[in-house]
Design a protein around this ligand. Structure first.
Ligand SMILES: [Fe+2]
Length: 304
């Protein structure tokens, strides 16, 4: 018998099995396929619409922009919200709020002790020094924590993904000193938008949405025995601060700018004129196990 109703076909797709396979993958696939079968029927999705969608997915995968779409459709923030709901339910002390990693982290940035300069001469934009302390939830400074920092250049592009920038430009890893302190010099980065004429922009145009992110700086902070924190800080005053295409900005992560800070004490960062200072401390939760303390980005964790 090879004539099926929609339901018979769905049941067959979801139950076909010649070996045990992976039970979790089977469970998730069955749910997603069932939901898509229902959507196709409920929305009366036509063959041309279905195959246009398949073509778009193929182009999206080839473009390397899947991580933009997951952020733009809210999935990255959803994962963070669920983690925080789980923390609240488990009564875990909160640290610095999480913010999405985004798709542009690269491991292996040059490591410095205590401080680093991210940018290069000639300096671009407004000179920024950001500094602070890494602490645990009891307020104890964490010496030897690793603060991975990365941000976009003056054109809103990230090194490694932009062939016009040197390797690891605007990317550093800073080890905190005995008092748990870090600091770095760079410039205040601009916001940026999704690439034009791309599968991502195609969808956003069809959805009537913009693809702008407000200015921000990314961090991955890790230390022994503490839960790895992935977050961002936002620069105040940006037009898109409350209208981020990736839904990633948070009240507790908008920093205060201290313009016209005198350069005394910052000479070792090459600062010799008044600059804009930002103070921000990172508070890390205790790790429940070694896995939570792994200093890895999301894809490295997922594929480890
Ligand atoms: Fe970013």
């Amino acid at each position: 018998m090879a004539e099926y109703t929609q339901q018979q076909l769905l049941d067959l797709v979801n139950s076909s099995q010649v070996n045990p396979g992976d039970e979790r993958v089977r469970q998730i696939t069955q749910r997603i396929v069932s939901d898509l079968f229902r959507a196709i029927d409920d929305l009366d999705i036509k063959p041309d619409e279905f195959w246009a969608g398949v073509d778009w997915l193929a182009r999206l995968g080839a473009s390397g922009q899947l991580g933009l779409i997951t952020a733009g459709l809210g999935f990255d923030r959803l994962i963070d919200i669920r983690e925080e709901e789980a923390d609240v339910a488990a009564g875990r002390a909160a640290g610095t709020p999480r913010a999405i990693e985004g798709p542009l982290y690269i491991a292996g940035a040059p490591l410095s002790d205590g401080q680093a300069r991210l940018d290069e001469d000639p300096a671009q934009g407004t000179v920024l020094v950001m500094e602070g302390q890494v602490r645990d939830v009891d307020g104890k400074p964490v010496a030897g924590a690793l603060v991975d920092v990365w941000h976009a250049n003056e054109l809103g592009r990230y090194s490694h993904f932009d062939p016009d920038q040197e390797d690891y430009h605007l990317r550093r890893k800073i080890r905190t000193d005995a008092q748990g302190r870090y600091r770095f010099r760079s410039f205040i980065p601009p916001g940026y938008a999704i690439p034009p004429n791309s599968p991502t922009s195609e969808l956003f145009e069809a959805l009537g949405r913009h693809g702008n992110r407000p200015a921000h700086i990314h961090f991955l902070v890790a230390a022994e025995g503490l839960r790895t924190l992935t977050t961002q800080v936002n620069i105040p005053g940006d037009t898109f601060l409350d209208d981020d295409f990736a839904f990633a900005t948070r009240d507790g992560l908008v920093v205060e700018l201290q313009p016209d800070t005198p350069p005394a004490g910052y000479e070792s960062l090459g600062v010799d004129a008044p600059f804009t200072r930002v103070c921000f401390d990172f508070v890390l939760q205790p790790a429940l196990d070694a896995d939570e303390a792994r200093p890895q980005a999301r894809m490295d964790r997922a594929t480890a």
